[in-house]
Design a protein around this ligand. Structure first.
Ligand code: ME8
Length: 643
C-alpha cells in the first residue's frame, strides 16, 4: 500500500540575516512536524533553504567587497551549520541562486507570460528595499514610510511586468471561504480575507534597476521580483517543469498533505500571491498554511542594535538542544507572539525538565533497581484507583497528543504530555512504593506501580521524540526499551512485557540556580557589547583618537574612472593651492563627471599608499546609512548667506 505522504516547508531565509531563536522557531516547528510524520510512518519530504536574490543582498555584498554569489554561499553555509546544530532533518536545502531553481523560475515566468497572466507595463510607486515590497502612495505612512517596517521607501518608475491579481481575486476568495482550514489559525485567515476584500492590485513582478536576480528569459534586462522567485522554491525543489518531476508528482499532485509554515509577516505573500500563481499555472492548491507569531523581547523585536538578539548557539552548549527545542515549541501557541526572557527559559527548564521529566526518570529507575534488582515484569492487575487513573490518563493523553500534533498544535499536545508526566510523579506519592516495599506480601503491588511508571515513561518518550530528539533516546536506553516498542503504533498502554533498566540513572537535567545563570547571561551580554559594534557601528573611539585626523576642504579639479576597475575613481584635488591625487572606490555610486567642481572633505594626513598601482595621497570622506553612500560636500557660509 502507498504510504501517506507529507511535504513540509519552511520559509526560505534571506541571506542578509543570521539564524537567531526567532527564525529558528520556523525551522524547528517544521522539523517537529516532519519527525512526527516520519514517526507515524508517513513518506515525508522536508524542505528548507535560502532566499538569495534581491537588491538587499546585492547591496550587502557590495558593502562587504565580495560578489553576491560569494556572499550568499557563505550565509548558506552558516545557516546549514546552524540547522545541523539543531538536528534539523531536512531532506533538501534549496538556494535560489542554484541553477536548478533559476531554470524553473524562468519557465514559470514564461508560462505565465504565455497565458497572459503576466503583462508588460510601467510601474510608478514606492519600493521598500529592506522588505523587498512595492507600495502604492496611498498605503505609505507619513507620505514616504513603508507601512510594514516604517523605513523610508524609494520612488521608482520603471518598465515592469505585472502579474494579474485582480483577475483571480474572486476565485481566491471563494477558495479561502470553501476551505476553512487552508489558512490557520483563524485570526490570520480573517486578516487575509479582509485584505483581499479591500481589492487587489496587479503586482509588479520584475525589476530593471539591479542585476542580482533571475533574468526573465525573453527579456533579460528584467530580473524576476524576489517574491515570485522565492515562492517558486516550493515547486522547483520538487522538479516541477523539469524532465524528472517525480517528487512533484509524488508529494504535490498525488500527495496527501502539503504544509507551508510561515511567520505572520509573510502571510500575505503565501496566502494571496502564491495561490494566485498556482491558479494561473494550473497547479492544484494542495497546501495548508500555518502562520505563526513572533518571538519578541521585552523591548519589542529582537534587533542587533538593541543587542538583544538571542542566538541558539549561545543556549545549546550550556543548556542542551532539547531544552531549547522544547521551550520554543511548548511556549508559543500557534498564531500568537511570545516574549522570550531568560528568566522564563530557566524557570521552565527547572519545572518541565529538572523537576517533572528528569525527576520521574531518575526516581523510577532507582526504585526499579532498589526493589527489583533492575528488572520488572508486566502485572495487569488494578490494585488501587490510582492505577486505574494513571492508565486512563495515559490513554486519554495519547489521543489528545495525536489530535493536536496532526493539526500542528504542538503546544497543546505537549501540555497534555506534561499533564501525564506530572500525574506520574504524583502517582509515586499516592502509591508510596517505599511503604509497599516494607511488606513482602505487597511485592506484586509494588511491581505493578513500577511497571506502570516505566510504561508511562516509554509512552512519554515516544510522544516527545519529534521535539526532544536526544532525550527520548536517553530515556529508551536507560529504560532498556527495545526498538519495536519505540514505534508510533506501540503508543498504547500495556504493550511492554518486561524490561531491565540501567543500574544507575544518568541525570537528564540538572536543576539550575536561576540567579547564577542570569548573572552569567548578563556578563556575556556586557562582553558582547564591548566587542561588537551596535547598529553595525564600529567600536567607540576617544576624542584624542579623533583629533589625530587632519580634515581639509579640497576642490575636485579632475576626476577619471580607472579603466581597469569597476570601482575606482581617480581624483585630482586641490588643497591649499596644491594638487593631490586621491583614489576612491566609489565608482559604483558616483560617475566621474559628477564630482568635478565639488568641494569635498579630505583626510589629509593619511599615509600615502598605492591602490591598484595608483598613488593615493589622502582619503575623501563619505558617509552612509542603510540605503545610500554620499560623498561629504562643504558649503561656504559668508555673511549669513549660504552659497
Ligand atoms: O521573510 N520570531 O525571510 P526571513 C518568529 N525570505 N519568527 C521569526 C522571527 C521572530 N523573532 N524573526 C523572523 C523571509 N522570523 C523570506 C521568505 S519564503 C518563500 C521567503 C521568521 O529570513 C519570519 O516570520 O526574513 C519568517 O517566517 C522566517 O523567519 C524567515 O524570515
Amino acid at each position: 500500500m502507498k504510504k501517506k505522504t507529507c511535504y513540509v516547508t519552511t520559509p526560505i531565509y534571506y541571506s542578509s540575516g543570521e539564524v537567531h531563536i526567532g527564525n529558528s522557531y520556523s525551522t524547528i516547528v517544521c522539523d517537529v512536524f516532519a519527525r512526527y510524520n516520519r514517526l507515524k510512518g508517513h513518506d515525508t519530504f522536508f524542505l528548507t533553504g535560502m532566499d538569495e536574490h534581491g537588491q538587499k543582498v546585492e547591496e550587502a555584498a557590495k558593502k562587504n567587497n565580495v560578489t553576491p554569489q560569494e556572499f550568499v554561499n557563505k550565509m548558506a553555509e552558516k545557516t546549514q551549520a546552524a540547522w545541523q546544530m539543531m538536528k534539523i532533518t531536512n531532506n533538501d536545502f534549496i538556494c535560489t541562486s542554484q541553477e536548478r531553481h533559476i531554470k524553473v523560475v524562468q519557465k514559470i515566468f514564461e508560462k505565465l507570460l504565455a497565458n497572459d497572466d503576466i503583462y508588460l507595463g510601467v510601474y510608478e510607486g514606492n519600493y521598500c528595499v529592506p522588505c523587498e515590497s512595492f507600495f502604492p502612495k496611498s498605503k505609505l505612512v507619513d507620505g514616504n514610510l513603508c507601512p510594514d517596517c516604517h523605513r523610508p521607501t524609494t520612488v521608482v518608475k520603471e518598465e515592469t511586468y505585472f502579474l494579474r491579481l485582480k483577475k483571480y481575486e474572486k476565485q481566491l476568495l471563494q477558495f479561502i471561504k470553501e476551505n476553512p482550514d487552508f489558512i490557520q489559525p483563524e485570526s490570520r485567515r480573517n486578516e487575509v480575507i479582509s485584505f483581499i476584500e479591500q481589492g487587489l492590485e496587479d503586482l509588479s513582478v520584475s525589476r530593471t534597476t539591479f542585476k542580482w536576480g533571475v533574468p526573465v528569459l525573453s527579456n533579460p534586462k528584467h530580473v524576476v521580483y524576489v517574491w515570485i522567485d522565492a515562492l517558486s522554491n516550493y515547486l522547483s525543489a520538487l522538479g516541477y517543469l523539469t524532465d524528472d518531476d517525480s517528487l512533484y508528482q509524488n508529494y504535490w499532485v498525488n500527495g496527501d498533505e502539503v504544509v507551508h509554515v510561515v511567520g505572520k509577516d509573510i502571510l500575505r505573500f503565501h496566502a494571496v500571491y502564491w495561490p494566485i500563481m498556482l491558479m494561473a499555472l494550473g497547479v492544484p492548491i494542495k497546501f495548508k498554511l500555518y502562520a505563526h507569531g513572533w518571538w519578541l523581547m521585552r523591548e519589542g523585536k529582537m534587533s542587533k542594535s538593541r543587542a538583544n538578539v538571542v542566538y541558539p548557539q549561545d543556549l545549546i552548549p550550556e543548556y542542551g538542544l532539547d531544552a531549547l527545542r522544547l521551550f520554543l515549541v511548548k511556549e508559543m501557541p500557534l498564531g500568537n507572539d511570545s516574549i522570550f526572557t531568560y528568566e522564563r527559559f530557566f524557570e521552565k527548564y527547572n519545572a518541565d525538565l529538572a523537576n517533572d521529566l528528569g525527576n520521574l526518570v531518575s526516581r523510577t529507575i532507582s526504585m526499579v533497581n532498589k526493589y527489583f534488582g533492575g528488572t520488572i515484569r508486566k502485572t495487569a492487575k488494578i490494585y488501587t484507583e490510582f492505577d486505574q487513573q494513571i492508565q486512563e490518563l495515559a490513554e486519554k493523553v495519547i489521543k489528545q497528543y495525536i489530535n493536536k500534533f496532526d493539526n500542528f498544535r504542538f503546544q497543546d499536545g505537549l501540555n497534555a504530555v506534561w499533564e501525564l508526566i506530572s500525574r506520574a510523579n504524583k502517582y509515586i506519592d499516592e502509591t508510596t512504593p517505599w511503604i509497599l516495599s516494607k511488606d513482602e506480601t505487597r511485592k506484586e503491588e509494588l511491581e505493578n506501580v513500577l511497571y506502570r511508571l516505566v510504561e508511562v515513561l516509554r509512552l512519554v518518550a515516544i510522544m516527545i521524540s519529534p521535539v526532544m530528539v536526544d532525550t527520548c533516546e536517553t530515556i529508551f536506553n536507560q529504560l532498556g526499551i527495545s526498538n519495536e516498542l519505540q514505534q508510533f503504533d506501540t503508543l498504547k498502554f500495556g504493550l511492554l512485557n518486561t524490561t531491565t533498566v540501567v543500574s544507575k540513572a544518568e541525570v537528564l537535567f540538572k536543576r539550575l540556580e536561576i540567579e547564577k545563570e542570569l548573572a552569567k547571561i548578563e556578563k556575556a551580554k556586557e562582553k558582547e557589547k564591548e566587542t561588537t559594534p551596535t547598529d553595525n557601528f564600529k567600536p567607540e573611539i576617544t576624542i584624542e583618537d579623533f583629533s589625530k585626523l587632519d580634515l581639509r576642504i579640497g576642490k575636485v579639479i579632475e576626476c577619471k574612472k580607472d579603466p581597469n576597475s569597476d570601482k575606482l575613481l581617480i581624483l585630482q584635488v586641490e588643497i591649499n593651492g596644491k594638487v593631490r591625487q586621491i583614489v576612491s572606490s566609489i565608482a559604483d555610486v558616483y560617475k566621474a563627471e559628477e564630482l568635478v567642481g565639488k568641494n569635498i572633505v579630505v583626510l589629509a594626513n593619511l599615509k600615502p599608499t598605492k591602490i591598484r598601482g595608483h598613488l593615493s595621497e589622502g582619503m575623501l570622506l563619505a558617509a552612509s546609512n542603510e540605503e545610500q553612500l554620499e560623498v561629504l560636500e562643504t558649503r561656504k557660509v559668508t555673511k549669513g548667506t549660504v552659497d
